[in-house]
Write a protein that binds this ligand. Structure first.
Ligand SMILES: [Zn+2]
Length: 112
């Protein structure tokens, strides 16, 4: 299980999306940036004519701190059922372990 009591190494949320090129003029800067209160976390570029996908990508990135916090909150509400699966497996039964799936996602988000 990941240590969820440590402060995150990532820039604290909330993160916001800024459209850097509202007139859709060709430029070399990123079309969108994902920003915290203190700095730019990510820059998102689009292919020509694909601003909708770029904005969706930026919004997904910006939601990451909230999503991670939700995963950590949900993890505290569930218990690992892998022990039950060891009993159920010979019977051909088994259930997904939400706790372990949450642990894996949180660990992936915290990998360094
Ligand atoms: Zn488990």
């Amino acid at each position: 299980m990941s240590d969820q009591t440590q402060s995150p190494k990532h820039t604290p949320g909330p993160w916001f999306v800024r459209h850097n090129n509202p007139n859709d003029r060709p430029l070399e800067a990123a079309d969108f940036s994902v920003e915290s209160f203190t700095w730019v976390v990510a820059e998102v570029y689009s292919d020509i004519g694909d601003l909708e996908e770029a904005e969706a990508n930026a919004r997904l990135i910006a939601a990451a701190p909230k999503m991670k916090a939700f995963l950590v909150k949900q993890r505290a509400e569930v218990v690992c059922v892998c022990g039950l699966n060891k009993i159920a497996a010979p019977l051909g039964a088994g259930i997904d372990c939400t706790a372990c799936e949450l642990d894996a996602l949180i660990a992936e988000a915290e990998a360094n």
